[in-house]
Write a protein that binds this ligand. Structure first.
Ligand code: ADP
Ligand code: MG
Length: 333
């Protein structure tokens, strides 16, 4: 009898052990791949039993997010329809536009999605990029801040067009995060262009990511940061630009002037628990400059790394885990 009990206990222990090992093995199963959406490459590196299923759904959802919500050119997208006379939208995008309006207001409209006319006028990143006349610029920024959302109804003043280019990639990170949660994934890095989701069920997992040297190669970071699960977005004057008469015109505009922002910064990297917030604020901070960005970042409980035109690196107060990786850059706070 005693022997039987011992044998049964040993079998139970072995079964539990096998189950633990199998669970660990499956949870550490991983899947990495990339696809194109929102005019950029989306790359995903996912760990978890259902990593591949999660990847497939992220790929489908982000393509749909672009085609049916964010795109300015797809006739099926809600933004396209709003820009072409429709006034009502579905509840989910309405919620997103309300959050966007809130960020616009809190950023004092340094982030403003009503700049569609202006981005078309400059055409930066297209074959028809040009320096517009001053009167064209002033008419393109007129009323840009005045679009409104109330419930599911959007009101665009005459001539105002929405452009969610500064927020869409961050929204994509938030969608990806929900899908990773749904498939009970363990850990993941999903990069949607310059917005990166660092996902983990382990609150102690630390990710190491590079902040690009604005004048260098993508694989030569100016600095390295070590952070826990969050969203990280970088906006930089080096991403898209053209040059004329020795002057560089980049793609992030100061909505108050209609010209590319000149805040003394080459790039801003914002870290937040929300993809939308990190993406929108990286654009806002690039317009505002270092000093004026600090209260805004505090309001959203976000952190940031700034690289100035003189290669100085600055961070929000108490930011830890940043190391300079290139001797051309100096940490100044
Ligand atoms: P990237 O698209 O390179 O990741 P951003 O997230 O900063 O960079 O978005 C820049 C894009 O957002 C521009 O290409 C333009 O379409 C739009 N945009 C430019 N300036 C602003 C602004 N001040 N507020 C909101 N959107 C902007
Ligand atoms: Mg942005």
């Amino acid at each position: 009898m005693k022997n039987k009990v011992i044998t049964a206990a040993a079998v139970l222990c072995a079964t539990v052990l096998v189950a633990i090992i199998a669970f660990d093995f499956f949870m550490s199963a991983s899947f990495s791949a990339s696809f194109i959406a929102m005019n950029t490459t989306v790359s995903a590196d996912i760990k978890g039993l259902k990593a591949e299923e999660a990847y497939r759904e992220i790929s489908e959802e982000l393509k749909e997010l672009d085609a049916f919500l964010l795109s300015r050119t797809s006739e099926d997208s809600q933004i396209y329809k709003l820009n072409n006379g429709k006034t009502d939208i579905d509840p989910e995008p309405a919620k997103l536009l309300s959050s966007i309006k809130d960020i616009e207001e809190k950023s004092n409209f340094s982030f403003c999605v009503g700049l569609g006319q202006l981005t078309d006028l400059w055409g930066i990143g297209t074959d028809s990029a040009r320096l517009p006349r001053a009167d064209e610029i002033s008419s393109a920024i007129k009323d840009a801040e005045k679009w409104q959302i109330s419930g599911n109804t959007v009101d665009l003043p005459d001539g105002v067009k929405l452009d969610l280019g500064a927020a869409g990639k961050g929204i994509g990170c938030d969608y990806a995060s929900d899908i990773l949660q749904k498939y009970k994934c363990k850990s993941a890095v999903v990069a949607v262009g310059g917005s990166v989701l660092l996902y983990s069920t382990d609150k102690d997992e630390v990710f190491t990511i590079g902040i690009r040297n604005p004048k260098g190669d993508i694989n030569e970071p100016a600095a390295i940061i070590e952070i826990k699960a969050c969203c990280v977005s970088t906006s930089g004057t080096y991403e898209r630009f053209f040059e004329q008469d020795g002057k560089r015109y980049h793609h992030i505009f100061d909505p108050s002037t209609g010209y590319p922002a000149e805040s003394g910064l080459q790039s801003v990297t914002v870290i937040s628990s929300s993809g939308l917030v990190s993406d929108a604020l990286s654009t806002a901070c690039l317009v505002l400059g270092f000093e004026e960005s600090l209260p805004l970042l505090k309001e959203f409980d976000a952190q940031a790394v700034f690289i100035t035109d003189e290669n100085k690196v600055m961070t929000t107060p108490d930011f830890e885990g940043l190391k300079i990786a290139d001797s051309n850059f100096t940490l100044v706070n």
